[in-house]
Design a protein around this ligand. Structure first.
Ligand code: HEM
Length: 136
């Protein structure tokens, strides 16, 4: 499986679970889980799909770094909202540690993603010093 396939697979699953949670909230008129729903959709679906699009555009210069970034991202983007949902809906105090762990993973994943993007830009600049946008 390629890197962007992992991103898209995780993203569409997050969208399905996140939207189903939204549907349940709307039909029951119980919005306790709204922050979990929002974070699963925005981190799990939107952010991960955007990362997939990025990796689909061109293979990253540092492939190992990119795999680490996606692995940490998939873990954090799921653990954080699911733990948040358990904490809010089930009043599960034990979930608090997972909220923190998942949030740290989510931030770490974005730090790694920034590194991937900046290193890609540097690698492209080194390979194509006189790079100009294509004129079609
Ligand atoms: C079938 C699709 C969806 C349904 C049925 C749904 C339903 C809901 C409901 C019922 C709420 C609570 C509204 C309230 O508190 O009054 C909500 C909040 C929210 N939703 Fe969704 N939603 C869907 C998809 C999405 C998607 C795709 C995103 C983002 C990409 C999203 C982002 C948010 C955000 C940011 C909030 C506010 C959360 C908060 O106030 O804590 N939703 N949604």
């Amino acid at each position: 499986m390629r890197l962007h396939d992992i991103c898209f697979a995780s993203a569409v699953l997050a969208a399905l679970v996140g939207m189903a949670a939204g549907l349940v909230m709307g039909t029951t008129q119980d919005f306790t889980a709204a922050p979990a729903h929002a974070h699963l959709n925005l981190l799990g679906w939107v952010s991960m799909a955007l990362m997939g699009l990025y990796y689909r555009g061109a293979p990253p210069a540092r492939l190992g770094l990119a795999w680490t970034q996606v692995a940490v991202g998939v873990a954090g983007f799921w653990i954080f909202p699911v733990a948040l949902g358990a904490y809010l809906v089930l009043d599960a105090g034990a979930a608090f540690a997972f909220i923190i762990a998942g949030s740290v993973m989510a931030i770490a994943s974005f730090v790694l993603f920034a590194a991937v993007v900046l290193l890609d830009i540097r690698a492209r600049a080194a390979r194509f010093p006189a790079y100009l946008p294509e004129s079609g």
